[in-house]
Design a protein around this ligand. Structure first.
Ligand code: NAG
Ligand code: NAG
Ligand code: NAG
Ligand code: NAG
Ligand code: NAG
Ligand code: NAG
Ligand code: NAG
Length: 218
């Protein structure tokens, strides 16, 4: 048994020497095998690379859409009126209007927007004629949160000349509203970003129809 092994080795040695073509065949086979393995590795690498590129693309698209934090929009949506005392006569021009304004916080983010207490101010000819407080709340992901605020619009602070001049030209009361909401957008509980949004709207109260019109927000 012990003598068999060296004999087999010698045999193999001898046969490869005896037949030189066998050795060439072996070498060719080895090179072919190496080549095949390299090709396989290359293919595998290509698959991994393609997957990485694909994954990076998905992440990029995700980052540019879902994770992108957009500024919510805050605007006056509509209004209705309670007490409506308006005198357009130039003997004693004045207005005292109770307005119920519907405000909207439009949140287009894929996460909720939590905002803090704030105030909204209404101006007539750059003079503040009313304000209301805005309670803190949250606007759900991809939705508009609507709520009402009640404000008393009073011409008490407006100089008489200004009212006379305005009412002589038109019986429409032109107002602007301003507000800032401060809060944060939370996307999937992992991303939180402070975002504040400004309201800057103009509107007109038609004193004969008692309706709000020409509402436009920047
Ligand atoms: C928000 O307003 C409420 C009541 O109006 C008040 O109690 C609270 O302290 C305010 N919070 C902040 C952060 O201003
Ligand atoms: C706001 O008030 C108006 C009527 O005054 C009502 O029709 C509307 O539903 C209210 N909006 C909200 C969000 O409560
Ligand atoms: C508006 O005015 C009415 C009466 O003048 C008063 O009862 C009400 O509390 C006022 N509302 C606000 C929000 O100031
Ligand atoms: C976000 O706002 C909160 C409260 O307004 C503040 O405490 C915090 O420092 C702000 N964070 C950043 C990153 O600005
Ligand atoms: C509001 O918008 C008007 C133009 O529409 C602009 O002149 C004004 O400066 C804006 N105000 C604020 C506080 O952004
Ligand atoms: C106010 O409303 C009345 C009735 O709807 C309408 O006839 C009038 O043209 C309006 N005024 C303005 C300035 O839009
Ligand atoms: C809106 O504004 C235009 C021009 O400023 C005016 O002609 C129109 O009557 C206004 N409409 C309302 C409903 O106030």
């Amino acid at each position: 048994m012990a003598e068999n092994k060296p004999a087999a080795v010698e045999n193999a040695y001898a046969s490869s020497h005896v037949n030189p073509y066998g050795r060439v065949d072996e070498e060719v086979a080895m090179v072919a095998e190496k080549d095949g393995r390299r090709k396989k590795r290359m293919k595998c690498f290509m698959y991994v690379a393609a997957f990485v590129v694909f994954q990076a693309g998905i992440i990029l698209i995700f980052a540019l859409t879902v994770m992108k934090v957009k500024t919510p929009k805050f605007r006056v949506q509509s209004a209705s009126f309670g007490t409506f005392d308006v005198t357009t006569l130039n003997t004693n021009p004045s207005f005292d209007i109770n307005m119920i304004a519907e405000l909207g916080v439009k949140n287009t983010n894929f996460g909720r927007y939590k905002y803090q207490n704030s105030t909204i101010e209404f101006y007539y000819e750059n003079i503040k004629v009313g304000e209301a407080s805005i309670p803190n709340a949250r606007a759900k992901a991809r939705s508009t949160r609507k709520f009402n605020v009640t404000v008393n619009l009073s011409s008490a602070e407006v100089p008489r000349e200004v009212l006379e001049r305005q009412f002589a030209a038109s019986t429409v009361i032109s107002l602007s509203s301003q507000s800032i909401l401060r809060g944060k957008v939370e996307i999937m509980k992992i991303m939180k970003k402070n975002k504040s949004t400004n309201m800057n709207c103009t509107m007109e109260i038609n004193t004969s129809s008692r309706q709000l019109g020409n509402l436009s927000c920047r």
